[in-house]
Design a protein around this ligand. Sequence first.
Ligand SMILES: Nc1ncnc2c1ncn2[C@@H]1O[C@H](COP(=O)(O)OP(=O)(O)OP(=O)(O)O)[C@@H](O)[C@H]1O
Ligand SMILES: [Mg+2]
Length: 235
Amino acid sequence: MLENVGLTVASRVILSGLTLTLTEARIGIVGRNGSGKTSLLRLLSGLVPPSSGTVRVDGLDPARARKAMLSRLGILFQNPDHQIIFPTVAEELSFGLHQQGMTKSAAQTAMRAMLAQHGRSHWEDRPVTALSQGQRHFLCLLSVLAMKPATILLDEPFAGLDLPTQSRLTRTFDALPQRLILITHDPAALAGYDRIIWLEEGRIRADGPPSTILPDFTAEMARLGEVDADTDLPD
Ligand SMILES: Nc1ncnc2c1ncn2[C@@H]1O[C@H](COP(=O)(O)OP(=O)(O)OP(=O)(O)O)[C@@H](O)[C@H]1O
Ligand SMILES: [Mg+2]
């Protein structure tokens, strides 16, 4: 999917030399704050075009083929407030479905089914602003799941969610037939994954199965945690 991709923003190199073919069903992305995880996700989803190299999803450029991406890629952003565009829960959930070609009434039925399935039917008419940050995060996730995209990109989906919601979400993810690409700081969440990509300063530091990558990653994070200040980072 990625061929020698680089991303430079305001003359700063954010990502460089990334060549990746992402075909496994469960892919985890790890790395320190600022290592480029979210930037990689933005490239994959076509939200930003690469400064060099090419990004392809099923042979298409995701930055151009916006409509074709609706069924191919779903993204859960790190910050729900960058994602929500509608005033009520019902509108937020129905919009994507309608965009995908469902009639308004079919989208409404699917929206209600989604809320019911997750025990959130009472949210339907709520203003989004009346939800807590964790609840808004969960709403964004429901919007993505409702659209059933072939690949789901998740940027720290567990952040800010209470433990029961996290456990349920893990079970929901495990049961999904779709490909998941999950960014997380929690190695335990990636134990059963097929492949782990470890980013460091915009490059791939390691790429392989969790049994080889995660112990090294965990040890390195612990080692850095022992040091009082970051003297190794560019900013
Ligand atoms: N729009 C932008 N303009 C300038 N620099 C940016 C921009 N977006 C990201 N960066 C820089 O790119 C680098 C990678 O950021 P990115 O958000 O991809 O990191 P991350 O791995 O997702 O970090 P975190 O774990 O904190 O979410 C950081 O150094 C950040 O400062
Ligand atoms: Mg990030």
